[in-house]
Ligand binder design. Structure first.
Ligand SMILES: [Zn+2]
Length: 298
C-alpha cells in the first residue's frame, strides 16, 4: 500500500514538473515577443526623419531606422545581419523607392508578411539621367512633401488606431515645409535659369526646384572618378557657357570641384544632401535653411 502511494507521489511530482515547464516556456515565448507595439522600420536617414515627424506621440508604436544613421546613400548597399535582425519583428517598412533600396526583394523573400510603404509612389516630376531615374527625390521640398503624405497615408492604413495623430502630425509638418518652400521661392527667385555644374547627383531635384539649369555629372557621390577627358570637356563647357557655380555635397571630396574652380574661377557651393545628420525631427528643415543661405550667395 505504501509503495502504491510512493508511485502516485512520484507521478504527481512529474506532472507538476511537466506543467511548470510548459507554463515557463509559454511565458518566455511571450517575453521574446516583447510587446504588441506596431513596429515601423525606415530604410535610411531621410526617411527616418519623415517618419519621426509623422509618428510623434503615436501610441504603442516603435520606430527604428534599419541602417546606421551615418551610412549615407544606399547605392549598392548590402544588408547586414544587424539590419535583417531589426526587420525580424517589423510590421511595416518605409522605403524611399525608385530603386534606391535594391535589397527589398531579399527582405520580402525572408519576411513575406511585412507591409511596405513606398514614399515615392506619388512623385510625378522624376528626372532621368544617363538612362536611370535619379532617386534622390527628397532634396526638392515639393517631392519631400509628397513623400511625407504617402508615408502618413501608409501609416494610417496599416495602423488606424493612430489615424488622428498621423493626420495632425502630417498637417503640422507640411505647414512647416510649405513655409520653407515659400522662403525658397521668394528668396531665390533670382536663380531662375542660372546654370551650374552639379557634381553630386543628390542635388538635381533641389536645383531644378529653384529653377536652376544644372548640368549634372553622374558620379555616384564620388566625383574624384571623373576622367581627364571628361574634366577637359567640362572646363570648356563652363568657359563657353559662362558657368560660374559648382555644386558639391559638403561631405564630398573637393578635388574635382577645386580643379574645375581653378581653371574657370567658378565658385564652389557646398550644400547638404540630407543623407546623414542629426536625428531631431526638424533636421531636414534646418539643413534646407542652411542650403537656402548658401544658395543666396550665388
Ligand atoms: Zn545616392
Amino acid at each position: 500500500m505504501k509503495k502504491k502511494w510512493n508511485i502516485l507521489l512520484i507521478l504527481a511530482v512529474i506532472l507538476v514538473l511537466v506543467v511548470s515547464i510548459v507554463i515557463y516556456k509559454n511565458i518566455t515565448k511571450e517575453n521574446t515577443k516583447e510587446d504588441n507595439n506596431f513596429k515601423i522600420v525606415t530604410t535610411f536617414y531621410p526617411i527616418y526623419i519623415m517618419a519621426e515627424n509623422i509618428t510623434q506621440g503615436a501610441k504603442n508604436v516603435d520606430l527604428i531606422n534599419m541602417t546606421d544613421i551615418n551610412v549615407g546613400c544606399l547605392h549598392d548597399y548590402n544588408l547586414s545581419t544587424t539590419d535583417m535582425k531589426k526587420i525580424e519583428n517589423a510590421d511595416l517598412i518605409i522605403q524611399n523607392g525608385l530603386g534606391l533600396e535594391n535589397f527589398m526583394d531579399k527582405i520580402l523573400n525572408t519576411y513575406s508578411d511585412i507591409k511596405i510603404v513606398d514614399s515615392s509612389s506619388n512623385i510625378t516630376n522624376k528626372v532621368e539621367e544617363n538612362g536611370e531615374i535619379n532617386n534622390h527625390i527628397w532634396t526638392s521640398i515639393s517631392n519631400y512633401i509628397a513623400q511625407v503624405e504617402e508615408i502618413a497615408n501608409g501609416l494610417t492604413e496599416s495602423n488606424p488606431e493612430n489615424a488622428n495623430i498621423y493626420e495632425q502630425n502630417k498637417n503640422n509638418y507640411i505647414e512647416k515645409l510649405e513655409n520653407l518652400q515659400s522662403k525658397y521661392e521668394t528668396e531665390l527667385s533670382n536663380l531662375k535659369g542660372k546654370k551650374a555644374i552639379c557634381l553630386n547627383e543628390a542635388f538635381t531635384y533641389l536645383t531644378k526646384e529653384v529653377g536652376m539649369e544644372s548640368i549634372s555629372v553622374q558620379t555616384n557621390h564620388d566625383e574624384s572618378s571623373l576622367s581627364a577627358e571628361k574634366m577637359k570637356n567640362l572646363i570648356s563647357q563652363m568657359k563657353n557657357e559662362n558657368i560660374d557655380v559648382i555644386i558639391v555635397d559638403s561631405d564630398d571630396n573637393l578635388q574635382t570641384a577645386q580643379t574645375l574652380s581653378k581653371e574657370t574661377e567658378a565658385k564652389i557651393l557646398k550644400l547638404k544632401s540630407g543623407l546623414t545628420g542629426e536625428t531631431n525631427k526638424d533636421a531636414y528643415i534646418q539643413l534646407m535653411n542652411e542650403n537656402l543661405e548658401i544658395l543666396k550667395t550665388i
